[in-house]
Every structure is written in structure tokens, then in C-alpha cells.
Write a protein that binds this ligand. Structure first.
Ligand code: HEM
Ligand code: HEM
Length: 221
């Protein structure tokens, strides 16, 4: 006999951050790939040709928003006393459970991995990878923003990050790395959304709606 128990899985702050990150990343992808291969506008007065500058302003706005959201999420992960803390990123260190999850996903075993942390072992690896992607794209992005200013906060950040800019081979190297990491985000989103749908269908615990309502529904034996 099994009954279903409701559990509060995601706090409002985490859900707000999640969907704001989604909006930022999608806006950054669209504006970023436009910056990489812009339209060539030839006819008309120069004063009307402002599309690239507008797209760059949008990109920089969402870039700073993503930076702020990441600092907020890191603060919660380190200091808040609810779920989804930094220790949950270590779920993959339980190698037995990691193997159990790989076998379950490859349909080699019908035994589900144990739910010891907020994240599953593979999920914790994916989120660790995402954090590395976020840090790389934010640092390279901030260097490029800083290069456009001679005074103020952006210029100050640019000066602070100068040693990193030099280590990466100057602005051209920074731009190339920023562009390559952007593809890492596309890879993450594809796998992440596929897995969210897969887990929702297979586990039947309301995974996708949990990121909206905050609640999952687990079977208790
Ligand atoms: C998911 C996050 C992001 C994605 C997918 C993304 C994507 C891109 C892409 C594809 C480019 C074009 C590179 C090229 O010319 O080949 C670009 C340029 C740029 N990005 Fe991002 N970016 C992201 C985050 C950020 C952040 C966080 C910042 C800053 C805070 C930022 C600032 C910039 C700047 C300043 C440029 C150069 C614009 C120019 O050439 O004038 N980006 N981005
Ligand atoms: C740029 C796109 C996305 C990024 C960067 C992202 C990132 C994340 C992160 C970091 C988490 C863990 C929550 C935390 O502890 O902060 C998460 C969870 C989740 N995301 Fe996303 N996400 C994205 C898009 C989406 C989309 C489009 C969906 C809708 C299908 C989605 C559905 C979920 C769900 C259902 C969870 C909870 C998974 C669970 O039960 O463990 N995400 N996402």
C-alpha cells in the first residue's frame, strides 16, 4: 500500500531566481548571437543605424542581471538554512548511487537511485558544470563590458579583471571563450529540459510544476 505525500521542494526565492535566470539566458542567447553575426544595414542615414548598439545594451542589461542572480543564488546556497545548499552539489561523490542512477537511466535496472540529497548524483554534476559555465561567461562578459568604458563601475571591474584578460590572450581571446561558453549553455539547456520532462513522466511526482508551485508529490510505502 502506498500513499502520496506532498513536500515543499523549492522556496519562492529559488523559483524566482530560476525563472529570472531562464529569461536572462534566453535573452542573452538571442542578443549574443546577433552580436556575433549582425545584419548588415547599408541604406539610410547613419543616425538611424542603431540596431547593434540597442542589442548590445539589451545584452549588457541581462548580463548584469545574470551576474546579480548568480550572486543571490550563491548567497542562498552558502548561508540559507533550507534545501538546495552547496552540500547538495556533492551528491555525485556517492559513487554507488551515481552508478545506480546511470544504470536506471540506461534502462539496465528498474531500481531508482536513492534520494539522499536535494539533487540526484548526475543532476549535481550538471549543476556544478553550470556554475563553471556561469562564472566563465560572467567574467569574460564583464571584461568586454569594461573595455567599453573609461570610468565608473564597469571600467573599474575591467581594470580589476585585466590580469585575467591578459592571461586569456587579450580581448580577442576573451571574446572567443565567451562565444564558446555560450554553446555550453545551449548544451546544458537541451539536456536539462529533456531530463526535466523525462523525470516528470517516469517519476510522476510533478517535477516540472514543482518549479512553479514549489511542491512535489512523493509516493510513501
Ligand atoms: C548565458 C549567458 C550569455 C550568453 C549566451 C552570451 C552570448 C554572447 C555571444 C554569443 C556574444 C558574441 C560573441 C562574438 O562576437 O562572437 C556575446 C558578446 C558579448 N557579451 Fe555575452 N553572453 C552571455 C552573458 C554575458 C554576460 C553575463 C555579460 C556581461 C556582464 C556579457 C557581455 C557581453 C559583451 C560585452 C559582449 C561583446 C559585445 C560587443 O562585441 O560589443 N555576456 N555574448
Ligand atoms: C537557461 C535555462 C535554464 C537554466 C540555467 C536552469 C537551471 C536550473 C537550476 C540551476 C536548477 C536547480 C535549482 C536550484 O537549486 O537553483 C534547476 C531546476 C529545475 N529546472 Fe531549470 N534551468 C533552465 C531552464 C529550465 C526550463 C526551460 C525548464 C522547464 C522545463 C526547467 C525546469 C526545471 C525543473 C523542473 C527543475 C527542478 C528539478 C528537480 O526537481 O530537481 N528549467 N534549473
Amino acid at each position: 500500500m502506498s500513499n502520496i505525500k506532498m513536500r515543499k521542494e523549492w522556496w519562492l526565492s529559488i523559483r524566482l531566481i530560476h525563472w529570472s535566470v531562464v529569461i536572462s539566458v534566453f535573452s542573452l542567447m538571442v542578443s549574443g548571437f546577433y552580436i556575433a553575426t549582425p545584419l548588415s544595414i547599408t541604406a539610410g542615414p547613419t543616425a538611424d543605424k542603431f540596431l547593434m548598439a540597442n542589442v548590445r545594451t539589451i545584452h549588457t542589461f541581462f548580463g548584469f542581471l545574470l551576474t546579480f542572480l548568480m550572486i543571490w543564488r550563491a548567497y542562498l546556497g552558502l548561508f540559507a538554512n533550507f534545501h538546495a545548499r552547496w552540500v547538495d552539489l556533492l551528491a555525485w561523490t556517492d559513487l554507488g548511487n551515481l552508478l545506480a542512477q546511470v544504470k536506471f537511466y540506461l534502462l539496465l535496472s528498474d531500481e531508482k537511485p536513492k534520494h539522499k540529497h536535494q539533487y540526484g548524483p548526475l543532476q549535481s554534476l550538471a549543476y556544478t558544470g553550470l556554475i563553471l559555465l556561469q562564472i566563465s561567461i560572467i567574467l569574460t562578459g564583464l571584461i568586454m563590458v569594461g573595455a567599453n568604458f573609461h570610468a565608473g563601475l564597469s571600467a573599474g571591474i575591467g581594470t580589476f579583471l585585466k590580469p585575467l584578460e591578459i592571461a586569456l590572450g587579450g580581448l580577442a581571446g576573451v571574446r572567443l571563450i565567451h562565444h564558446m561558453v555560450a554553446w555550453g549553455f545551449i548544451l546544458f539547456v537541451m539536456i536539462h529540459v529533456y531530463m526535466a520532462i523525462w523525470v516528470d513522466i517516469v517519476y510522476k511526482e510533478g517535477t516540472i510544476s514543482s518549479m512553479i508551485s514549489g511542491r512535489v508529490f512523493r509516493k510513501v510505502e
